[in-house]
Design a protein around this ligand. Sequence first.
Ligand SMILES: O=c1ccn([C@H]2C[C@H](O)[C@@H](COP(=O)(O)OP(=O)(O)OP(=O)(O)O)O2)c(=O)[nH]1
Ligand SMILES: [Mg+2]
Length: 174
Amino acid sequence: MTTQSRTTQGRTQTYPPLRIRRLDSGLPLPVRAHPDDAGVDLFAASDLELEPGRRALVGTGIAIALPIGTVGLIHPRSGLAARAGLSIVNTPGTIDAGYRGEIKVCLINHDLDDTITIRRGDRIAQLLVQRVELPELVEVDELDDTVRGDGGYGSSGGHAALTTSTPSDEETQS
Ligand SMILES: O=c1ccn([C@H]2C[C@H](O)[C@@H](COP(=O)(O)OP(=O)(O)OP(=O)(O)O)O2)c(=O)[nH]1
Ligand SMILES: [Mg+2]
């Protein structure tokens, strides 16, 4: 299978192809909603009711063969997240290049009150393909110094350095 060139918004780029198998012939082939979208929307292969706070693993009816040196990331869809509180427990899910099984999504209902109803064929998540480094691990006794050092977990603070004028001050002045 050869490398493919795609032209979107006047720019041509070359990507290795993504081989995909439909394990469920009743579902369409997943596609990008727009040609230059990062994510390919994935379908739910089965119906599902998710009560508030509950999670469930749902099949997508596809298997893929990612090029070595890439990773598949399964992200939630923002519309469903904002409208219904639907997300993914392990977001983003990691699809290893060597994985040939069905891609499944561990959905979770974050809404406190309402059950989410998923129907077979609903677009419930999106697959992104990214390049990934596969370095060998080399054990060392010391790591090089950096400005951050071992500071983390909020060590840089959490509040903006505000100027004295606020938007409401500016409205009053104009
Ligand atoms: O959202 C996901 C995440 C993972 N997988 C599949 C593909 C991935 O290659 C495999 C293993 O995923 P991961 O490494 O995240 O899980 P693990 O708990 O470490 O399992 P394993 O021991 O099989 O690596 O499960 C999915 O289908 N959907
Ligand atoms: Mg693993």
